[in-house]
Design a protein around this ligand. Sequence first.
Ligand code: SF4
Length: 100
Amino acid sequence: MTDKSRRKFNKLLGTGLVAVPIAGLMGTLPSRAADKPLLDAGTAQAKALQYMAESDKKGKICGNCTLFQGAAGDETGPCPLFGENVVSSKAWCSAWVAKA
Ligand code: SF4
């Protein structure tokens, strides 16, 4: 193997050694909101916050709560109180605070 081909080989090897750990990391990154399941109102945390999938509080829904992290018009979105799930924009819980 010549010096030139050895350098080229080492360069490719270096690229591969970097690419593999980055690819491995991708599986450990937090999942995107779109990948999270819709919150089940029957969970202990949801019950503790009186979460209801369809609000019966006039004018108070997740979609207009300051903690709702979905975009305007989204049917579901993340809420920091339920980090493993998304909540329905039509839902409500006792932590509701009007969006400013
Ligand atoms: S705090 Fe409650 S009302 Fe506000 S977005 Fe989260 S679940 Fe919905």
